[in-house]
Design a protein around this ligand. Structure first.
Ligand code: PRP
Length: 212
């Protein structure tokens, strides 16, 4: 048997959707994997090894080749800007990156933007010709305009529930987000048969099949 394919899987919300997609594609993942706290999980049934990573770190593991492939949101890919191949738009975990503010927001002189995505936000406002101060936060970004840290935020919107419950509004949508399958450049050549077979299987079950 050939060497197992090392797959960097994002822990949490996306894992559930990704593992469901893998199973629909006929890849056998034992049920006990889903609730496991193990970080390196062999999946001999599929000749794979799952590396359970914090989503934001998936492109790093793949770029360094400790994972051959990985699943990651387009938001993280654009923020981290790692040297990896983007193979497939899996069409899962669909949401969007938006600029958000309180309903009565008016452009002022000193503009502050809070976000988990400082590179994405800096690039966006530069393209808009707007000078802003970007403040990096690690979560609960919606707090920033509510308590006066920033006048706008750049954040992910999925159902819109968080905005609604906090009385915030979306001012612009910057880009759409879905999960992507990415590959290490060397692994893509060395393990091409296994990676290609996985891509072919996933393509038959992906919502809104789209090759990148
Ligand atoms: C994300 C995002 C928004 C929320 C959007 O936060 O940062 O706060 O989900 O989802 P919604 O439109 O369906 O309400 P997450 O739950 O990842 O937690 P965080 O606050 O720690 O970033």
């Amino acid at each position: 048997m050939t060497e197992a394919l090392k797959v960097a899987m994002p822990k949490g919300r996306i894992y559930k959707k990704a593992s469901q997609l893998f199973r629909e594609a006929g890849i056998v993942i034992p049920d006990d994997v889903d609730d496991s706290r193990r970080l390196v999980i062999p999946i001999p049934e599929a000749n794979m090894e799952f590396i359970m990573a914090k989503p934001v770190d998936v492109p790093t593991y793949v770029e360094y080749g400790v994972a051959d492939i990985g699943i990651v949101g387009k938001d993280v890919l654009l923020e981290e800007n790692r040297d990896v191949y983007e193979l497939l738009d899996l069409g899962i975990a669909r949401c969007r990156m938006s600029v958000i503010a309180l309903p009565d927001w008016q452009p002022g002189i000193h503009l502050r933007v809070a976000t988990k995505y400082p590179n994405v936000a800096t690039r966006y406002f530069r393209e808009q010709g707007e000078q802003v101060e970007v403040i990096k936060l690690n979560g609960s970004i919606e707090l920033a305009p509510l308590i006066g840290l920033a006048d706008r935020i750049v954040d992910m919107v999925e159902t819109g529930q968080t905005l609604k419950e906090n009385g915030l509004v979306e001012r612009e949508s910057i880009f759409g987000i879905t999960s992507r399958l990415i590959a290490n450049r060397v692994s893509y050549r060395m393990k091409n048969t296994a990676i290609q077979e996985l891509c072919d299987r996933l393509e038959t079950v992906m919502p809104g099949t789209a090759k990148v």
